[in-house]
Design a protein around this ligand. Structure first.
Ligand code: ADP
Length: 256
């Protein structure tokens, strides 16, 4: 069973002045554990696509299903990570990471144990009592990711989470984040306008056309025997050649 399913989804925003058609007839289904990147030009409806899955908005036509059920609003099984980390300066790292658990009134002892474990595993155990201002951009995004993981979502939606970072940090963090999410066995939908970022992180790429967004290409990135490419293998020279081939192939679609 697909974890996320969009059936002939169309969407329009209505304001008092105008109507904007953002998505038209989008049919997509994502299986458990898949890492899908959605690529397309700015303004083509990528964030709208994520907001529909997050249950923040509803389609104008068609249907969104999550875990086989029609979506009626935001689900606790879905986590969202945005371009800006939204960490609070007056809270230290641990307090920031526990914020979602407090808001949801989860068992705080369990959440705290999980938070400390994740902070340690992902190299932040020495920064638990630091404030966000004392951290680098890459570390801040890792904290934001851990804050989401503490809530134990099955599905993670990432909306251009690296676009505010410099090039080197992006590369490093992209690697880190895909490793973490694979290790945690999450289903991921990543939105980006950067085709290279998509190829280097995802198992599958959906290319969207200009507005109204439709899916113009759906490409799996597979290793031998059809298995996804592990994060470590993506650094190997053999992958570079494969990478260039996919890039050439999809670039045409991204240009449309
Ligand atoms: P992307 O993430 O691909 O840049 P978006 O999904 O953010 O694209 O936006 C798609 C289109 O919808 C854009 O033209 C944008 O201006 C418009 N839009 C986004 N949010 C709203 C809104 N709340 N009300 C009206 N129009 C919107």
């Amino acid at each position: 069973m697909a974890q996320i399913e969009l059936r002939r989804v169309s969407h329009r925003y209505f304001t008092w002045k105008e109507e904007t058609e953002t998505l038209r007839d989008v049919d997509v289904s994502v299986e458990a554990g898949e890492f899908v990147a959605v690529v397309g030009p700015s303004g083509c409806g990528k964030s709208t696509f994520l907001s529909l899955i997050a249950g923040l908005i509803r389609p104008t036509a068609g249907e969104v299903l999550l875990f086989g059920e029609p979506l009626r609003g935001p689900s606790r099984r879905v986590g969202y990570m945005l371009q800006h980390d939204h960490l609070f300066e007056w809270r230290d790292v641990l307090q920031n990471v526990l914020l979602g658990a407090e808001v949801r009134r989860l068992d705080l002892r369990r959440a705290r144990r999980r938070a400390l474990d994740l902070l340690e595993r992902y190299g932040l155990s020495n920064f638990v009592r630091h404030t966000p201002g004392q951290l680098s951009g890459g570390m801040r995004q890792r904290v934001a990711l851990i804050r989401t993981l503490v809530l134990e979502p099955d599905v993670l939606l990432l909306d251009e989470p690296f676009s505010a970072l410099d090039y080197q940090t992006r590369l490093f963090l992209g690697d880190e984040v895909s490793r973490i999410l694979r290790e945690q066995g999450k289903t991921v939908v990543l939105v980006t306008h950067d085709l290279s970022e998509a190829i280097s992180m995802a198992d599958r790429i959906l290319v969207m056309s200009r507005r109204p967004g439709t899916v113009t290409a759906d490409r799996r990135i597979v290793f031998s025997a059809g298995r996804p490419v592990p994060t470590e293998a993506r650094r190997q020279p053999e992958f570079q050649e494969y990478f260039n081939r996919i890039w050439e192939e999809l670039r045409e679609h991204v240009r449309v």
